[in-house]
Design a protein around this ligand. Structure first.
Ligand code: FAD
Length: 393
């Protein structure tokens, strides 16, 4: 019988690895992808949707390209992993046996990380940090913000999905409000001392949205933070602020199925070998994308895709004996500050000192001219087009 690979999660990491193995080992390996959604909505570029720069439909991708590549797509979720018998237990009943399993379930949220908030409250104070209905809900709330109203964001602690994501989001919401609701205010309450690309974001906020955005770091009391969804209030060190909309982005951990399978450690993430994305806790299982605890790579779609290429080669090597090339990883992240003005950061990585280690980095400069920023913005549009074609076919 042909070797069987099951992939759990059809996002940036999972769809990439499933398609890659199916194409590269056609006729040798049967690949099955388990994903409950019929269409994937990307988190990347969802901020541009909030800013009115893209349609929601443009964020959605189907799995026809995977089917065409020979992947069997199962519309269900993995409820459990039976590691002893090497099979994935499906939510809808039944199970899928595997020789190798790849988990790419993205993130879940840490219960209680923002006191007063739980997932049950996400309809009132949305996270919009998994794209889909939450993104639409947040957009509706921004649209119906009263004139001169207050939009608040509770930013997450490290490590979390897409380090510049919350700050790009604020920039895009400010762009939207500047046109429709210019007296509105945005406050960001942040548990971090500083955030990624801070100078680039703060320069842009001054240039485009002067006076609209206030960033409140931990010195000002966000350590003693709680929210009250019913009253739409935020309490910082006992001082209560009434807001009109609150976007809570909680602390994060690996997608729950990795935890159920006992592949995570006390950090909440799944430790992996830096040369292959193979789990430290089970040699037949690979974990990639946001769920993996791998070292220096930021949790991004570009990272997930890069890890998927390395993992695909390792899985094929395991099952066919084919040579596995030396791994090299890369990341690139774009952040839109305003229409036609984006910045980027990224780098290359390779295994060293027991982790995926950074070997080279680049980042946009603060004093760049408008033409450079416009070129970076265009690069980001090209990147989205290319990476979604690479992931979904
Ligand atoms: P995901 O893409 O989230 O995919 C996980 C999939 O697993 C989902 O489809 C889910 O339905 C499925 N799943 C979960 N549990 C199960 C289960 N038990 N059974 C079956 N399926 C399951 N990255 C960039 O590179 N560039 C950007 O500009 C960028 N911008 C971003 C902006 C925002 C606002 C956010 C939130 C993120 C952004 N990212 C960006 C980050 C990027 O979206 C993630 O890092 C990337 O999607 C991670 O890929 P993944 O495969 O690990 O998880």
């Amino acid at each position: 019988a042909r070797a069987k690979v099951v992939v759990v999660g059809g996002g940036a990491g999972g769809a990439s690895v499933a398609r890659q193995i199916a194409l590269d080992a056609a006729g040798q390996i049967d690949v099955t992808l388990v994903e409950p959604s019929a269409r994937h909505t990307t988190c990347y570029f969802s901020n541009l949707y909030l800013g009115g720069l893209r349609s929601f439909e443009s964020l959605q991708h189907g799995y026809e390209g995977l089917t065409r590549a020979g992947v069997q797509v199962v519309a269900d979720f993995a409820a459990a992993i039976d590691r002893e018998r090497r099979r994935v237990v499906l939510g809808g009943g039944g199970h899928l046996p595997y020789d190798r399993l790849v988990l790419a379930p993205g993130i879940d949220f840490v219960d209680g990380s923002v006191p007063g908030w739980s997932l049950d409250e996400a309809e009132v104070m949305p996270h919009a940090y998994k794209a889909g209905p939450q993104t639409l809900l947040l957009a509706k709330m921004i649209e119906s913000l009263p004139q001169g109203g207050v939009f608040a964001m509770i930013a997450p602690p490290e490590p979390y999905r897409c380090p510049p994501g919350p700050y790009e989001r604020v920039s895009m919401i400010a762009h939207y409000l500047k046109g429709k609701n210019p007296a509105a205010k945005i406050i960001i309450i942040d548990p971090k001392e500083e955030f990624t690309l801070q100078k680039l974001f703060e320069d842009a906020w001054l240039k485009y949205y002067d006076g609209m955005i206030e960033w409140i770091g931990p010195d000002f009391g966000s350590r003693n933070l709680s929210v009250s969804p019913d009253a739409m209030e935020i309490s910082i060190d006992g001082e209560v602020t009434k807001v009109d909309c609150c976007n809570v982005i909680p602390a994060q951990k690996a997608g729950k199925i990795a935890e159920f399978a006992q592949l995570t450690d006390e950090t909440g993430w799944a430790p992996v070998e830096p040369s292959s994305m193979r789990s430290h806790l089970d040699g037949r299982i690979f974990v990639l994308g946001d769920s993996a605890q791998q070292g220096d790579m930021p949790k991004s779609a570009t990272s997930a895709r890069s890890q998927a290429q390395v993992a695909a080669a390792a899985v094929i090597g395991d099952l066919t004996g084919r040579d596995v090339p030396a791994p090299v990883y890369s990341n690139a992240c774009w952040s839109a500050l305003a229409p036609g003005d984006s910045v980027k950061d990224g780098g290359t990585y390779k295994p060293a000192d027991g982790k995926i280690a950074s070997i080279e980095k680049y980042v946009s400069q603060a004093d760049e001219d408008a033409a450079t920023r416009a070129a970076t913005y265009q690069e980001s549009l090209d990147w989205y087009h290319t990476i979604t074609a690479q992931i979904f076919g």
